[in-house]
Design a protein around this ligand. Structure first.
Ligand SMILES: [Zn+2]
Length: 171
């Protein structure tokens, strides 16, 4: 069994676009506390541009850098375990916009539900901006939402997000 398959089995990851390399498990520190980091890569050739929907023919959409998300893994052990997921970024020549590779894994381990993320974000949008998003359609909103969620993973303290989540559940 390959390293990728062994770790996928261990972590219960089904996405075939996620791969692990040799020595991908490292000891580290998060907020001054010891932890383990498992580094993985998410990459594939997209069939369409996520932004404008154009078919990816003749390298219209090409690979362009990566974006890393830190995902807390539900593993109980001596120390917390985080998955550092290097997600492929793509650039579309047709619309000149970028987007990030997606995986259901982020959804599965996400600490905030889509509904709550949407509710919280909508508060910060003014009404004219909001209506333009509605006009653009649910598809754009979904792309946008995943971007917001990914940002939560990377930039924010999970504890705080969880706190807000709990508060939301209780109210
Ligand atoms: Zn495009």
């Amino acid at each position: 069994m390959s390293i990728t398959n062994s770790i996928k089995n261990l972590l219960d990851i089904q996405d075939e676009n996620i791969t692990f390399e040799k020595n991908c498990v490292e000891k580290g520190e998060f907020k001054g506390k010891p932890c383990k980091y498992i580094t993985a890569t998410l990459s594939y050739v997209p069939t369409h541009c996520k932004q404008c929907g154009i078919k990816n023919e003749n390298n219209t959409v090409y690979k362009n850098g990566t974006q890393t998300s830190r995902i807390t893994l539900p593993i109980s052990g001596m120390h917390p375990t985080y998955l550092l997921l290097r997600k492929q970024r793509f650039f579309c020549k047709a619309c000149e916009r970028s987007f990030t590779a997606q995986t259901p894994l982020v959804k599965k381990h996400c600490f905030i539900s889509e509904e709550i993320a949407l509710k919280r974000y909508v508060h910060t949008l003014n009404s004219s901006l909001l209506s333009s998003y509605i006009r653009t359609g649910i598809r754009t909103l979904k792309t946008f939402l995943s971007y917001i969620k990914n940002n939560f993973h990377y930039h924010h303290n999970n504890g705080r997000v969880e706190g807000i989540h709990n508060k939301n559940k209780g109210s």
